[in-house]
Design a protein around this ligand. Structure first.
Ligand SMILES: Cc1cc2nc3c(=O)[nH]c(=O)nc-3n(C[C@H](O)[C@H](O)[C@H](O)COP(=O)(O)O)c2cc1C
Length: 399
């Protein structure tokens, strides 16, 4: 049997049916007031019914955000929580577990997007520096991320914004929360000297730059009943959304941060290897974007193998999860070799509602047999390219 199907318990408290985790994926399908609807209920329940160990919901904004995905969810009102409750109930009914992905875009948004104008939202970031990336197809001239970036006065206020949203997520029935701390979004902006020029105790030294993430993690622990219910998604080699830093800065920052997260007994550290030139992967969705040449990595560098031992050692309270372009075979081997505890699959969960059954029966995973509209749309109905991917095993009773 594949080692991926072994049950596992996070921090001695959170039992999972197996080690396969559905990664958070923005699918732009909230047609009604930034809330999930019947399409999301079906989508997540189908993957839970097949036996997925843990599901992380699509990135969900903790504050009003002028992002480029106008049908993404928010978790700001009781109405949002009530809509997510229907999803979490459906997942739990199938024996699954589901984490809430807390997302704050920080400077990676645009103040001219309709929701920002309507809600009077401000684009907040550690410092007032535009992110050199982004493309807002619905705004005239398809500009990049906004110039109007307001430096956060007191980061504790933004920690409280996370708290309010996480409290709603708890009310909505989520089992824990993954903090999105990569992709160039707010938590990573604090980590990074490109975006963070603060001179208070949230900027400057490595300890100061890591403070914001650690404070949000403490809030997740308080709300969900312990650090075991917290997951932090990190991508040390990231270069999306103007997030690239030198190898030296990256090593210093993530060594300190990961050690602190383990000291806090955070349940899962989810490390992405995006941004390295491993094998180029399938090229599906992410394309083959080359790493900026001024920020080279040592030949063959892999952040999961480099930082992994900080998380995975005898007696460690934390679990190591990895993502980005893993195959079933590579993930299974790394778990068998004791180098990984859990694996996130992202894209494969789009095209295969039945990954667990396929692993169990040795059936290869399907790739993207359609086109590049399947991820974010456009679509005629939210179910299109979302809830219409075939299972390999049609009649489950015959298995
Ligand atoms: C369509 C799409 C949307 C995504 N949205 C998110 C997101 O909202 N939050 C996040 O942390 N990662 C997001 N990701 C990244 C995935 O969670 C995952 O880390 C990545 O796809 C690598 O895993 P894979 O190689 O198995 O696809 C997204 C990926 C895809 C393909």
């Amino acid at each position: 049997m594949s080692s991926l199907l072994e049950p596992v318990t996070i921090g001695g408290k959170l039992p999972l049916r197996n080690r396969v985790v559905m990664g958070s994926m923005t699918r732009n399908r909230c047609v009604d007031d930034y809330k999930p609807g019947p399409a999301q209920v079906t989508h997540y329940a189908d993957r839970a019914r097949d036996g997925t160990g843990l599901i992380v919901n699509e990135g969900t904004f903790v504050d009003w955000t002028g992002c480029d995905w106008k049908y993404s969810p928010f978790m700001i009102t009781d109405d949002h929580a009530a809509a997510w409750r229907v999803v979490t109930d459906a997942v739990h009914k199938e024996g699954g577990k589901i984490f809430f992905q807390a997302w704050h875009a920080g400077r990676c948004q645009h103040d001219q997007m309709p929701v920002m104008k309507k809600m009077g939202g401000r684009v907040l970031a550690p410092s007032s520096i535009k992110a050199d990336a982004g493309k807002y197809r619905d705004l005239p001239g398809a500009p990049g991320h906004t110039e109007n970036v307001v430096a956060i006065e007191n980061p504790r206020d933004v920690v409280e914004t996370f708290r309010r949203s996480l409290q709603l997520a708890k009310k909505a029935g989520f089992d824990g929360s993954e903090l999105l701390a990569q992709g160039g979004y707010l938590p990573q902006q604090f980590l990074n000297t490109r975006a963070n020029k603060r001179t208070d105790n949230y900027g400057g030294s490595v300890e100061n730059r890591c403070r914001f993430i650690l404070e949000v993690v403490d809030v997740i622990s308080e709300i969900f009943g312990g650090p075991e219910y917290a997951c932090v998604k990190l991508n040390p080699t990231d270069f999306l959304n103007d997030s690239v830093v030198t190898f030296k800065e990256m090593k210093e920052t993530y060594t300190y941060l990961i050690k602190e997260l383990v000291t806090r007994k955070v349940g899962i550290i989810n490390l992405s290897r995006r941004g390295i030139d491993h094998n180029g992967g399938t090229g599906d969705f992410f394309g083959h974007i080359p790493r900026p040449t001024e920020y080279p990595l040592p030949l063959g560098y892999d952040p999961v193998l480099d930082f992994g031992p900080l998380v995975k050692f005898p007696g460690s309270p934390s679990m190591l999860m990895a993502n980005h372009d893993y195959t079933l075979e590579e993930a299974d081997r790394l778990v068998k070799e004791g180098k990984l505890d859990l694996i996130t699959f992202g894209r494969p969960f789009i095209y295969n509602p039945d990954i667990i059954s396929r692993i169990r029966h040795g059936i290869p995973l399907s790739g993207n047999t359609r086109d590049n509209t399947v991820h974010y749309g456009p679509y005629k109905t939210p179910d299109e390219n979302y809830n219409d991917w075939p299972s390999a095993i049609i009649d489950r009773e015959k298995i």
